[in-house]
Design a protein around this ligand. Structure first.
Ligand SMILES: *[C@@H]1O[C@H](CO)[C@@H](O)[C@H](O)[C@H]1NC(C)=O
Ligand SMILES: *[C@@H]1O[C@H](CO)[C@@H](O)[C@H](O)[C@H]1NC(C)=O
Ligand SMILES: *[C@@H]1O[C@H](CO)[C@@H](O)[C@H](O)[C@H]1NC(C)=O
Length: 676
């Protein structure tokens, strides 16, 4: 009985402990946070921007511990192993159209990315260890995201911008791979970091064919950590994952009327949302209408925010937020919010219909930037950066009140691979076609010239241009270098990429302040929009043709030698294997069989020539002799030829052998490095 009682007491104790620990777990879940959000924005060129925003938060390790329920372990370990303070990785396909999709709003300035892969990271290690950490980080990310990010390991591909990329950025490394192809194998590991993967919640919309059919898609991962910063002791790790897709809704032809296409979640992605991700704290969908669109619609005569004659939603919005303190008073945008609850009865499928035609234009960055190559030939050329004012910059507020002349500051950050040897002293700045003196146009310039096979050339330049400019341009001359044979990429004749330059405007900041009608509903995406951030635009990637060796030469040599070998051995074997006695017997049999017709024919021909006809028996013996000699001659000729061919092959091999080692030859043939 006493034993039974003690067992009972033990059981009660265990249950008590268990219930206490589950209480702790609930608290811990409250510490970690995951939210999912999706923003739609109709674009003026009849496309729709979809921007997914997922945020995972974990409190600092010293108050919370190492065990996580929601936060991805891979990212936590990455942050701790390499002591990362901030990191951003993006995979992009397509080019952001700054003209029609905007260049002045928070979404475009943080999600318009250069094509391919871009990675930058700030480390919390001593300055001499940053490079080692960067190298190890690129390898880890490469494995994590199934991409060749490890190519950024080489010191020729990354750089350490001083001030133009981010102000006061020590321990920052920046690298980009313009030619990296982005596809589903990069998206899948990215989705794996979400607690619900793409099984439920907003991420279940991510239908691969719809996403990759889009005009632009950029998948981004941004990480900030306060783990190593004693000042930010309550800031743990925040992981922000965004996917930005520009899609064209399938629109029926509308005769004459310039009606924007109607769209819905199911028409854009071919899928609907069944309910929120059970682990998400909140799950919201937003539709943003830009300020100029709202402004143009108001002209149609409708004033209310709730009901508008111009368009209608298939679901009525849960909340409406209006932008306050907009850069342009009359242009304040509106955000319609929809909460996804557990819509188990009915799938959530937000639709948007236009009833009246409306046209508008996006808010653009102060300057329209493009970069191109000048010059011809394989020796030298020039890079030109052209800046043109947009209509937006006409209405810019005066930037510098102290100076009598208004100045527009433009920062340029450009990394150029070492084989493009840029002569920085040839930099010329033209404003409206007039050359400017160096001191007039350039406020600050720092340059680190490239070093062959060691480091790329980095240029950071701060231009000050008059506000009323129409166009400005910057040119830099360069020489093209020579690469070693194994430094050529597989398709060298395509040309070599110069990564995008980054243009930013330090005097302007983008930020959208929304008046939230209910402060208890906090949206990380809306708070992100409210953060002040720099306006960035990326230029095109340049493709420079370099002198390339004739990679088909070894192939040609091999095919020619093989053909000659085949011919030689074929005829030699034929000559050697020919059985002369057998042939003779066959010939005789033929003669016997051939009967009267051929003998008649030869008689006739002899008569015609006026010669006496001799019987065929003698001719067969002469034929036999001649066939024997012919075979001999054949063998002799082939032998001579063979010797010549051998000489030729030896020569070719020696030429090749001198130039290449065996491994390099293989590399050159197959274009890849088998060691990696
Ligand atoms: C990077 O990786 C190498 C090889 O695994 C290791 O020896 C080195 O300590 C690592 N460095 C850093 C800074 O993590
Ligand atoms: C969008 O829907 C509205 C209302 O149903 C309709 O009048 C209009 O023609 C549709 N527009 C297009 C482009 O299909
Ligand atoms: C704000 O939202 C909360 C939760 O949805 C709700 O309980 C509260 O009544 C709302 N407050 C206002 C002012 O709408």
């Amino acid at each position: 009985m006493a034993r039974l009682l003690s067992i009972f007491v033990l059981l009660v104790f265990v249950l008590h402990v268990a219930s206490e620990s589950t209480g702790e777990v609930v608290e811990q879940i409250n510490g970690e946070e995951f939210t999912e959000e999706l923003l739609f924005r109709p674009l003026p060129d009849r496309k729709v921007l979809s921007h997914f925003h997922f945020e995972s938060k974990v409190p600092p390790t010293n108050s919370y511990g190492h065990h996580h329920r929601l936060f991805p372990k891979a990212i936590y370990q990455l942050v701790h192993k390499y002591r990362i303070r901030e990191m951003e990785l993006s995979f992009t396909q397509g080019r952001w159209n700054y003209e029609s999709w905007g260049g002045f709003d928070p979404v475009s300035s943080s999600n318009a990315k250069p094509p391919g892969v871009e990675l930058w990271a700030v480390f919390d290690v001593s300055a001499d260890q940053v490079d080692a950490s960067w190298k190890n980080l690129t390898h880890t990310l490469s494995g994590l995201f199934c991409a060749s990010i490890n190519f950024l390991e080489s010191s020729t591909t990354y750089s350490a911008p001083d001030w133009s990329f981010r102000p006061l950025s020590s321990n920052l490394r920046y690298g980009s791979l313009p030619r990296e192809a982005v596809c589903t194998e990069n998206l899948t590991p990215w989705l794996k970091l979400l607690p619900c993967r793409d099984k439920s919640g907003l991420s279940s919309l991510m239908d691969r064919p719809s996403i990759y059919r889009g005009f632009y898609h950029s998948q981004r991962l941004h990480l900030t950590s306060g783990e190593f910063d004693p000042m930010a002791s309550d800031h743990g790790i925040v992981l922000e994952q965004t996917l930005t897709v520009v899609l064209q809704p399938d629109a029926l032809e509308t005769r004459g009327r310039k009606l924007q296409p109607n769209w819905s979640m199911s028409s854009l992605f071919g899928k609907t949302v069944d309910g929120k991700c059970a682990l998400a704290k909140s799950s919201n969908v937003y539709v943003q209408l830009e300020g100029s669109l709202v402004h143009n619609m108001k002209d149609e005569g409708d004033e209310g925010l709730e009901s508008n004659l111009n368009f209608e939603f298939s679901i009525s919005p849960d909340r409406i937020m209006k932008e306050v303190n907009s850069f342009h008073r009359e242009h304040s945008s509106i955000l319609y919010g929809f909460s996804i609850k557990d819509h188990h009865s009915k799938p959530f499928d937000l639709g948007f219909k236009w009833n009246l035609p409306v046209t508008w234009s996006c808010v653009k960055a102060p300057l329209r930037v493009s970069r191109f190559l000048m010059g011809s030939g394989n020796e030298r050329g020039a890079i030109a950066l052209s800046l043109q004012s947009t209509e937006w910059s006409q209405s810019l507020p005066k930037v510098d009140h102290n100076e009598e002349k208004c100045r527009l500051k433009v920062d340029v950050f450009q990394v150029v691979p070492w084989y493009i040897k840029v002569y920085y002293h040839t930099a010329k700045v033209y404003v409206d076609g007039v050359p400017q003196s160096f001191g007039d146009a350039i406020e600050k310039l720092s340059v680190s010239p490239s070093e062959d096979k060691v480091s790329p050339g980095v240029m950071e330049m701060s231009l000050k241009l008059p506000c009323d400019l129409k166009s400005a341009s910057l040119t830099l001359e360069f020489d093209k270098g020579f690469l070693h044979i194994d430094e050529y990429p597989p398709d060298a004749n395509q040309g070599f990429d110069i990564p995008s330059a980054i243009i930013s405007y330090p005097d302007f900041q983008t930020c959208m302040q929304y008046k939230q009608d209910n402060a208890s509903i906090k949206s990380p995406m809306v708070s992100k929009m409210q953060e002040k951030r720099k306006i960035l635009s990326y230029t095109e990637v340049l493709l420079v043709p370099l002198t390339t060796p004739d990679f088909s030469m070894p192939y040609n040599v091999i095919t020619i030698t093989c053909t000659v070998f085949a011919l030689y051995f074929g005829s030699l074997m034929n000559a050697l294997r020919r059985r002369v006695g057998e042939e003779e017997r066959l010939l005789k049999e033929k003669d016997k069989k051939s009967g009267k017709l051929p003998s008649l024919f030869s008689k006739l021909s002899a008569k015609l020539r006026g010669k006496p006809w001799d019987p065929p028996s003698s001719s067969s013996s002469s034929k036999f002799i001649s066939s024997k000699t012919a075979a001999l001659v054949n063998i002799l000729i082939l032998n001579c030829l063979g010797v010549n061919v051998m000489n030729l092959i030896e020569k070719a091999a020696s030429i090749l052998g001198k130039k290449l080692e065996r491994t390099k030859f293989v590399k050159m043939l197959f274009g890849t490095d088998f060691e990696n």
